[in-house]
Design a protein around this ligand. Structure first.
Ligand code: NCD
Ligand code: ZN
Ligand code: ZN
Length: 501
């Protein structure tokens, strides 16, 4: 990456700030990223982008004379909006032996991610909106990325959701099934319905771990526990997700709750949620990097490293999820970055916890999968798809669309300079997560985040391995755009939609 310093013009000449072909004060911009393939909401164009005070100041055709204090030459590479990972478990507070914010945010920026939305299943969990500011205070000073939180739902006190304002959260996570790091499960049907109704009333988007715990409990009572890691998928089968999908779709029909279903793992669930969305219900779903990258065939080689909740399923499921990505059915891409220590993963088959680190690998794993499956599709289209599902869509779903997720004038100057031709492989020594391992070790990736920029500052440079300053901020979000439409005959509309301030 060529980094030139001192006030310069794009033709390389040092000199006075005022450019003849541009408006503005004539002061050099803080940063210009020149001549890259800019992934704009309207398409991919060769252009330069100027940054001032952490915001995007202007976008000019490539070759424009844009004076800058710092100039990055992105020729031959794509400039995407900084990626937004709306599904991470950075384990703060209470589980910081697995991951902490310093390591997690390093993994994020190494993967081109500049904003994360963290999950509440920490110790203690984030159930009470009044504790969000304290959690933010714990993180501030150690984060390379900007951040928000999904609120948790206490199965005993769903009414806490009624007290949330957009500052603390615009979304709440419900675990309909549990495991080692997800002990707070909503099992009671009436309670679940209350939660859907409160969320609709409060203008909160529910984000769901939608597997049915009763299905798993029934099967567990019926047959013995696993004797090998490969027994895991049949123990946590697709029926759990399919039964939960029926419940979720029914509740959304009746309550009108905006609902984002996380980590969809099977072909059947993808069909059900896509069909529900097509019928007009406010349902979207997430696909993870690992469900797109692995199948149960990899279990023999990778063992509990790819033990996930929901489980990694068959190749046909993985390919159905790819169809959801290419066709626009999938709402977002998420990493579900959920590290566990190697020693924890090495526990006997019945006890190894589900979850893997994945934020560093997400963009490259997904882009590699795109190139392998559709080598003839134009690279610009695939990079634009990655930007849409990995930045624009999560920004819009979670109240950040006014300032993040797109390269547009006035927005936050968060970028990833992405080399679509780079091939590389990830060794354990380059894993940034505190857990120190990756299920993708040895993969040959296509596409790499060369340079990650947040608020106009370089936060990771792949060429040097250097990181920037941990000055990531707790973000404010805009309230969700309501009201949520309830289809005719779909039951009582919510009393009120829209977030109180
Ligand atoms: C996650 C974790 O470990 O916190 N594990 C996982 O397998 N995905 C929790 C979760 O998202 O269910
Ligand atoms: Zn989950
Ligand atoms: Zn998760």
């Amino acid at each position: 990456m060529a980094v030139l310093s001192g006030p310069r013009h794009l033709d390389g000449s040092l000199g006075a700030a005022a450019g003849s072909d541009q408006p503005g004060s004539g002061e050099p911009a803080d940063l210009v990223i020149a001549n890259g393939r800019l992934v704009l909401p309207t398409g991919v164009v060769e252009a330069s982008v100027a940054v001032r005070a952490g915001r995007i100041e202007r976008i000019q055709p490539a070759g424009s004379n844009l004076p800058a204090r710092r100039l990055l030459d992105a020729r031959g590479r794509h400039v995407m909006p900084g990626l937004i990972d709306s599904h991470v478990h950075f384990r703060t507070p209470g589980l910081t032996h697995k991951e902490d914010w310093r390591h997690g945010s390093r993994a994020a920026v190494a993967g081109g991610v500049t904003t994360v939305i963290d999950m509440p299943n920490t110790v203690p969990p984030l159930f009470d909106p009044a504790r969000a500011a304290a959690k933010a205070a714990l993180i501030e000073g150690s984060s390379l990325v900007d951040f928000r939180f999904h609120l948790g739902v206490d199965p005993q006190r769903p009414d806490l959701l009624d007290t949330v304002t957009p500052r603390e959260a615009v979304s709440a996570k419900v675990f309909m099934a549990g495991h080692h790091t997800a002990p707070h499960v909503v099992r009671d049907a009436a309670q679940l319905e209350r939660i859907f109704r409160i969320a609709a009333r409060s203008g909160l988007r529910l984000v769901l771990h939608a597997e049915d715990d009763r299905v798993f409990a029934l099967l567990d009572r019926w047959r013995p526990g696993p004797s090998s890691y490969a027994d895991y998928e049949p123990m946590r089968p697709r029926s759990g997700g399919i039964v939960a999908a029926a419940t979720v779709i029914d509740l959304v029909e009746r309550a009108g709750t905006a609902t984002h279903v996380l980590h969809v793992s099977s072909a059947e669930e993808a069909d059900l949620y896509a069909a529900a969305a097509a019928s007009g219900l406010p349902i979207t779903f997430e696909v993870t990097g690992h469900h797109l990258s692995f199948s149960d065939h990899d279990m023999l080689r990778l063992g509990s490293r790819i033990r996930l909740s929901p489980a990694i399923r068959q190749p046909a499921d993985r390919e159905r999820l790819w169809t959801a990505v290419f066709s626009g059915q999938a709402g977002t891409l998420g990493s579900d970055h959920a590290p566990h220590l190697q020693a924890e993963k090495c526990r006997p088959p019945a006890e190894a916890p589900p979850g893997l680190p994945g934020i560093q690998e997400l963009a490259s794993a997904v882009f590699t999968g795109m190139r392998r499956r559709r080598p003839d599709q134009p690279v610009d289209e695939q990079v634009a798809l990655l930007a849409r599902l990995g930045a624009t869509a999560p920004a819009d779903l979670f109240g950040l669309g006014g300032r993040k997720g797109r390269i547009e004038v006035g927005g936050d100057a968060d970028f990833v300079i992405f080399d679509s031709r780079a091939t590389w492989s990830l060794g354990a020594s380059r894993v940034q997560s505190k857990c120190g391992w990756s299920a993708y070790e040895g993969w040959l990736f296509t596409g790499r985040a060369d340079l990650t920029i947040r608020a106009g500052e370089v936060v990771h440079d792949a060429a040097t391995g250097e990181f920037g300053a941990p000055s990531g901020r707790w973000l404010a979000a805009e309230p969700m755009a309501g009201p949520v439409p309830v289809p005719a005959g779909g039951g009582r509309p919510p009393d009120r939609v829209g977030v109180r301030r």
